[in-house]
Design a protein around this ligand. Sequence first.
Ligand code: C2E
Ligand code: MG
Ligand code: MG
Ligand code: MG
Length: 282
Amino acid sequence: LDLALIKAKSGKPFFACYAQGDDLSHQRELSIIHDLPKALQQGQLYLVYQPKLDVATGTYAQVEALMRWKHSELGYISPAEFIPLAEYGGMIELLSQWALEQVICQQAKWQAMGIHLQVAVNLSTQDIISTTLCDDIQTKLGGYSVSAGSLSIEITESQLMDDMELAITTIEKLKEIGVGVAIDDFGTGHSSLAYLKNFPVDEVKIDKAFLDDLLTDKRAAHIMRMSIDLARGLGFSTTVEGVETQVVSLALIEMGIDKIQGDLFAKPMTAKEIEAQQIRPG
Ligand code: C2E
Ligand code: MG
Ligand code: MG
Ligand code: MG
Protein backbone atom coordinates (compact mmCIF):
# COMPACT_ATOMS: atom_id res chain seq x y z
CA LEU A 1 0.00 0.00 0.00
CA ASP A 2 1.23 3.45 -0.87
CA LEU A 3 0.12 6.97 -0.25
CA ALA A 4 -0.91 8.76 -3.40
CA LEU A 5 -2.55 11.92 -4.47
CA ILE A 6 -5.74 11.64 -6.37
CA LYS A 7 -7.51 14.56 -7.93
CA ALA A 8 -11.20 14.23 -7.22
CA LYS A 9 -13.89 15.13 -9.72
CA SER A 10 -14.58 18.28 -7.72
CA GLY A 11 -11.03 19.38 -8.54
CA LYS A 12 -10.15 19.36 -4.85
CA PRO A 13 -7.07 17.27 -4.06
CA PHE A 14 -7.08 14.59 -1.39
CA PHE A 15 -4.81 11.84 -0.18
CA ALA A 16 -5.75 8.22 -0.84
CA CYS A 17 -4.10 4.85 -0.38
CA TYR A 18 -3.74 2.36 -3.17
CA ALA A 19 -1.56 -0.59 -4.02
CA GLN A 20 1.21 -0.10 -6.54
CA GLY A 21 4.74 -1.11 -7.32
CA ASP A 22 7.97 0.86 -7.25
CA ASP A 23 7.64 4.02 -9.24
CA LEU A 24 10.56 6.39 -9.01
CA SER A 25 8.86 9.51 -10.30
CA HIS A 26 5.97 8.78 -7.99
CA GLN A 27 8.40 8.48 -5.06
CA ARG A 28 9.93 11.81 -6.04
CA GLU A 29 6.52 13.49 -6.12
CA LEU A 30 5.68 12.12 -2.69
CA SER A 31 9.03 13.32 -1.28
CA ILE A 32 8.48 16.78 -2.71
CA ILE A 33 5.00 17.05 -1.18
CA HIS A 34 6.23 15.63 2.12
CA ASP A 35 9.30 17.89 2.33
CA LEU A 36 7.70 21.19 1.31
CA PRO A 37 6.47 22.39 4.73
CA LYS A 38 9.87 21.57 6.27
CA ALA A 39 11.67 23.32 3.39
CA LEU A 40 9.65 26.46 4.07
CA GLN A 41 10.49 26.35 7.79
CA GLN A 42 14.18 25.65 7.21
CA GLY A 43 14.65 28.46 4.70
CA GLN A 44 15.29 26.24 1.66
CA LEU A 45 12.84 28.32 -0.34
CA TYR A 46 13.71 31.77 -1.59
CA LEU A 47 12.62 34.26 -4.24
CA VAL A 48 14.46 35.58 -7.26
CA TYR A 49 13.31 38.61 -9.23
CA GLN A 50 13.18 38.91 -13.01
CA PRO A 51 12.87 42.44 -14.43
CA LYS A 52 10.44 43.43 -17.17
CA LEU A 53 11.83 45.96 -19.63
CA ASP A 54 9.50 48.88 -20.33
CA VAL A 55 9.98 49.47 -24.07
CA ALA A 56 8.82 53.13 -24.00
CA THR A 57 11.29 54.24 -21.32
CA GLY A 58 14.00 51.61 -21.69
CA THR A 59 13.98 51.03 -17.93
CA TYR A 60 12.99 48.26 -15.55
CA ALA A 61 9.91 49.47 -13.71
CA GLN A 62 8.71 46.03 -12.64
CA VAL A 63 10.12 42.72 -11.47
CA GLU A 64 8.43 39.32 -11.15
CA ALA A 65 9.13 37.23 -8.04
CA LEU A 66 9.86 33.59 -8.91
CA MET A 67 10.20 30.87 -6.28
CA ARG A 68 13.31 28.73 -5.94
CA TRP A 69 13.92 25.62 -3.83
CA LYS A 70 17.31 24.15 -3.03
CA HIS A 71 16.44 20.74 -1.59
CA SER A 72 18.99 19.21 0.81
CA GLU A 73 19.20 15.92 -1.14
CA LEU A 74 17.47 16.47 -4.47
CA GLY A 75 19.26 19.74 -5.34
CA TYR A 76 17.39 22.49 -7.16
CA ILE A 77 13.76 21.70 -7.87
CA SER A 78 11.95 23.81 -10.48
CA PRO A 79 8.76 25.64 -9.49
CA ALA A 80 7.28 24.13 -12.67
CA GLU A 81 7.55 20.83 -10.76
CA PHE A 82 6.86 21.73 -7.12
CA ILE A 83 4.15 24.38 -7.55
CA PRO A 84 1.65 21.96 -9.18
CA LEU A 85 2.46 19.43 -6.43
CA ALA A 86 1.89 22.08 -3.75
CA GLU A 87 -1.46 22.84 -5.41
CA TYR A 88 -2.28 19.14 -5.44
CA GLY A 89 -1.24 18.66 -1.83
CA GLY A 90 -3.28 21.60 -0.56
CA MET A 91 -0.17 23.61 0.41
CA ILE A 92 -0.18 26.36 -2.16
CA GLU A 93 -1.84 28.96 0.06
CA LEU A 94 0.90 28.45 2.63
CA LEU A 95 3.55 29.09 -0.06
CA SER A 96 1.67 32.06 -1.51
CA GLN A 97 1.25 33.73 1.87
CA TRP A 98 4.97 33.27 2.47
CA ALA A 99 5.82 34.73 -0.98
CA LEU A 100 3.53 37.74 -0.43
CA GLU A 101 5.08 38.40 2.98
CA GLN A 102 8.63 38.12 1.55
CA VAL A 103 7.86 40.43 -1.35
CA ILE A 104 6.14 43.10 0.73
CA CYS A 105 8.95 43.01 3.31
CA GLN A 106 11.50 43.28 0.45
CA GLN A 107 9.54 46.22 -0.98
CA ALA A 108 9.77 48.08 2.32
CA LYS A 109 13.57 47.62 2.28
CA TRP A 110 13.92 48.61 -1.38
CA GLN A 111 11.76 51.69 -0.96
CA ALA A 112 13.88 52.78 2.00
CA MET A 113 16.92 52.43 -0.30
CA GLY A 114 15.26 54.53 -3.01
CA ILE A 115 14.62 51.58 -5.31
CA HIS A 116 11.07 51.80 -6.67
CA LEU A 117 9.93 48.73 -8.57
CA GLN A 118 6.50 47.20 -8.81
CA VAL A 119 6.84 43.55 -7.76
CA ALA A 120 4.60 40.84 -9.22
CA VAL A 121 3.75 37.67 -7.29
CA ASN A 122 2.42 34.53 -9.00
CA LEU A 123 -0.72 33.14 -7.38
CA SER A 124 -2.80 30.00 -7.99
CA THR A 125 -6.49 29.18 -8.28
CA GLN A 126 -6.81 28.31 -4.60
CA ASP A 127 -5.42 31.72 -3.64
CA ILE A 128 -7.54 33.69 -6.05
CA ILE A 129 -10.83 32.02 -5.09
CA SER A 130 -10.14 32.59 -1.39
CA THR A 131 -12.46 35.21 0.07
CA THR A 132 -9.74 36.34 2.50
CA LEU A 133 -6.93 36.96 -0.04
CA CYS A 134 -7.60 40.67 -0.35
CA ASP A 135 -7.76 41.26 3.42
CA ASP A 136 -4.58 39.20 3.91
CA ILE A 137 -2.76 41.31 1.32
CA GLN A 138 -4.03 44.56 2.84
CA THR A 139 -2.92 43.50 6.31
CA LYS A 140 0.56 42.66 5.03
CA LEU A 141 0.84 45.93 3.09
CA GLY A 142 -0.26 47.89 6.15
CA GLY A 143 2.19 46.02 8.39
CA TYR A 144 5.14 47.18 6.28
CA SER A 145 3.65 50.53 5.20
CA VAL A 146 3.95 49.52 1.55
CA SER A 147 1.46 50.99 -0.94
CA ALA A 148 -0.88 48.65 -2.84
CA GLY A 149 0.31 50.05 -6.17
CA SER A 150 3.79 48.63 -5.68
CA LEU A 151 2.36 45.10 -5.69
CA SER A 152 0.85 43.20 -8.55
CA ILE A 153 -0.28 39.62 -8.91
CA GLU A 154 -0.04 37.23 -11.87
CA ILE A 155 -2.56 34.49 -12.43
CA THR A 156 -2.47 32.14 -15.40
CA GLU A 157 -5.25 32.20 -17.93
CA SER A 158 -6.08 28.54 -17.30
CA GLN A 159 -6.28 29.07 -13.52
CA LEU A 160 -8.57 32.06 -14.04
CA MET A 161 -10.91 29.79 -15.97
CA ASP A 162 -11.11 27.24 -13.11
CA ASP A 163 -13.67 29.36 -11.30
CA MET A 164 -14.13 32.45 -13.38
CA GLU A 165 -16.82 34.14 -11.31
CA LEU A 166 -14.97 33.88 -8.00
CA ALA A 167 -11.74 34.89 -9.71
CA ILE A 168 -13.35 38.00 -11.16
CA THR A 169 -14.78 38.94 -7.74
CA THR A 170 -11.30 38.75 -6.21
CA ILE A 171 -9.67 40.63 -9.09
CA GLU A 172 -12.24 43.42 -8.72
CA LYS A 173 -11.45 43.66 -4.99
CA LEU A 174 -7.71 43.74 -5.70
CA LYS A 175 -8.22 46.51 -8.25
CA GLU A 176 -10.33 48.44 -5.77
CA ILE A 177 -7.50 48.52 -3.20
CA GLY A 178 -4.98 49.40 -5.93
CA VAL A 179 -3.09 46.12 -6.47
CA GLY A 180 -2.12 45.43 -10.10
CA VAL A 181 -3.32 42.22 -11.79
CA ALA A 182 -1.91 40.41 -14.82
CA ILE A 183 -3.11 37.42 -16.83
CA ASP A 184 -0.11 35.08 -17.18
CA ASP A 185 0.66 32.55 -19.92
CA PHE A 186 -1.96 34.12 -22.16
CA GLY A 187 -2.83 32.02 -25.18
CA THR A 188 -2.25 28.63 -23.56
CA GLY A 189 -5.38 28.37 -21.45
CA HIS A 190 -7.94 27.41 -24.10
CA SER A 191 -10.25 30.20 -23.03
CA SER A 192 -12.36 31.97 -25.56
CA LEU A 193 -11.00 35.37 -26.56
CA ALA A 194 -14.44 36.74 -25.70
CA TYR A 195 -13.72 36.13 -22.00
CA LEU A 196 -10.78 38.49 -22.02
CA LYS A 197 -13.03 41.54 -21.85
CA ASN A 198 -14.54 40.23 -18.57
CA PHE A 199 -11.25 40.25 -16.70
CA PRO A 200 -10.63 43.65 -15.10
CA VAL A 201 -6.84 43.24 -15.30
CA ASP A 202 -4.06 45.72 -16.14
CA GLU A 203 -1.66 43.51 -18.02
CA VAL A 204 -1.68 40.53 -20.36
CA LYS A 205 1.45 38.39 -20.50
CA ILE A 206 1.66 36.48 -23.77
CA ASP A 207 3.17 33.04 -23.32
CA LYS A 208 6.66 32.27 -24.56
CA ALA A 209 5.30 29.34 -26.57
CA PHE A 210 4.28 31.91 -29.20
CA LEU A 211 7.90 32.89 -29.77
CA ASP A 212 9.03 29.50 -31.08
CA ASP A 213 8.15 30.12 -34.73
CA LEU A 214 7.61 33.87 -34.62
CA LEU A 215 10.34 34.58 -37.17
CA THR A 216 9.79 31.56 -39.41
CA ASP A 217 6.01 31.28 -39.70
CA LYS A 218 4.03 34.23 -41.02
CA ARG A 219 0.86 32.91 -39.40
CA ALA A 220 2.57 32.75 -35.99
CA ALA A 221 3.64 36.37 -36.41
CA HIS A 222 0.08 37.26 -37.38
CA ILE A 223 -1.31 35.62 -34.21
CA MET A 224 1.21 37.53 -32.08
CA ARG A 225 0.37 40.85 -33.75
CA MET A 226 -3.37 40.23 -33.33
CA SER A 227 -2.94 39.23 -29.66
CA ILE A 228 -1.01 42.42 -28.93
CA ASP A 229 -3.58 44.54 -30.79
CA LEU A 230 -6.51 42.80 -29.10
CA ALA A 231 -5.07 43.22 -25.59
CA ARG A 232 -4.17 46.87 -26.25
CA GLY A 233 -7.56 47.53 -27.77
CA LEU A 234 -9.18 46.25 -24.57
CA GLY A 235 -7.00 48.64 -22.58
CA PHE A 236 -4.44 46.18 -21.21
CA SER A 237 -0.72 46.67 -21.11
CA THR A 238 1.07 43.89 -23.03
CA THR A 239 4.12 41.87 -21.99
CA VAL A 240 5.88 38.99 -23.70
CA GLU A 241 7.89 36.60 -21.55
CA GLY A 242 10.80 34.35 -22.47
CA VAL A 243 12.52 36.63 -25.00
CA GLU A 244 16.03 35.29 -25.61
CA THR A 245 17.21 36.94 -28.84
CA GLN A 246 17.64 40.44 -30.21
CA VAL A 247 15.78 39.65 -33.45
CA VAL A 248 12.71 38.42 -31.59
CA SER A 249 12.81 41.44 -29.32
CA LEU A 250 12.99 43.83 -32.30
CA ALA A 251 10.08 42.05 -34.02
CA LEU A 252 7.97 42.42 -30.85
CA ILE A 253 8.85 46.08 -30.46
CA GLU A 254 7.82 46.64 -34.07
CA MET A 255 4.48 44.96 -33.26
CA GLY A 256 3.92 47.44 -30.43
CA ILE A 257 4.64 45.36 -27.33
CA ASP A 258 4.77 47.41 -24.09
CA LYS A 259 7.07 45.26 -21.95
CA ILE A 260 9.61 42.53 -22.62
CA GLN A 261 10.75 39.95 -20.11
CA GLY A 262 13.41 37.39 -20.86
CA ASP A 263 16.97 36.22 -20.46
CA LEU A 264 18.06 38.56 -23.29
CA PHE A 265 17.66 41.60 -21.04
CA ALA A 266 17.70 40.14 -17.52
CA LYS A 267 17.60 36.72 -15.93
CA PRO A 268 15.94 36.14 -12.56
CA MET A 269 18.21 37.65 -9.86
CA THR A 270 18.49 37.62 -6.09
CA ALA A 271 17.36 40.73 -4.20
CA LYS A 272 21.03 41.62 -3.63
CA GLU A 273 21.78 41.43 -7.34
CA ILE A 274 18.81 43.69 -8.06
CA GLU A 275 20.21 46.18 -5.54
CA ALA A 276 23.71 45.95 -7.04
CA GLN A 277 22.29 46.88 -10.43
CA GLN A 278 20.56 49.82 -8.75
CA ILE A 279 17.64 49.45 -11.01
CA ARG A 280 15.56 52.59 -10.80
CA PRO A 281 12.79 53.77 -13.06
CA GLY A 282 13.67 56.61 -15.42
P1 C2E B 1 5.71 32.07 -15.22
O1 C2E B 1 5.07 32.84 -14.12
O2 C2E B 1 5.08 32.14 -16.56
O3 C2E B 1 7.22 32.57 -15.24
C1 C2E B 1 8.01 32.61 -16.40
C2 C2E B 1 9.02 31.51 -16.44
O4 C2E B 1 9.82 31.66 -17.61
C3 C2E B 1 10.00 31.49 -15.27
O5 C2E B 1 10.35 30.12 -15.03
C4 C2E B 1 11.21 32.23 -15.86
O6 C2E B 1 12.42 31.93 -15.18
C5 C2E B 1 11.19 31.69 -17.27
N1 C2E B 1 11.88 32.57 -18.21
C6 C2E B 1 11.92 33.92 -18.20
N2 C2E B 1 12.66 34.38 -19.24
C7 C2E B 1 13.05 33.29 -19.93
C8 C2E B 1 13.83 33.12 -21.13
O7 C2E B 1 14.28 34.07 -21.77
N3 C2E B 1 14.02 31.83 -21.55
C9 C2E B 1 13.52 30.75 -20.88
N4 C2E B 1 13.75 29.55 -21.36
N5 C2E B 1 12.79 30.88 -19.74
C10 C2E B 1 12.56 32.14 -19.29
P2 C2E B 1 10.42 29.53 -13.56
O8 C2E B 1 11.03 30.53 -12.62
O9 C2E B 1 11.04 28.18 -13.66
O10 C2E B 1 8.90 29.39 -13.16
C11 C2E B 1 8.05 28.49 -13.83
C12 C2E B 1 6.62 28.71 -13.45
O11 C2E B 1 6.41 28.33 -12.09
C13 C2E B 1 6.16 30.17 -13.52
O12 C2E B 1 5.81 30.51 -14.84
C14 C2E B 1 4.97 30.15 -12.58
O13 C2E B 1 3.83 29.65 -13.24
C15 C2E B 1 5.41 29.14 -11.54
N6 C2E B 1 5.92 29.87 -10.35
C16 C2E B 1 7.16 30.34 -10.10
N7 C2E B 1 7.20 30.96 -8.89
C17 C2E B 1 5.95 30.87 -8.37
C18 C2E B 1 5.33 31.31 -7.15
O14 C2E B 1 5.94 31.96 -6.28
N8 C2E B 1 4.00 30.99 -6.98
C19 C2E B 1 3.27 30.31 -7.93
N9 C2E B 1 1.97 30.05 -7.68
N10 C2E B 1 3.82 29.90 -9.09
C20 C2E B 1 5.13 30.18 -9.31
MG1 MG C 1 4.35 34.74 -13.99
MG1 MG D 1 4.08 33.10 -17.82
MG1 MG E 1 4.40 29.82 -17.09
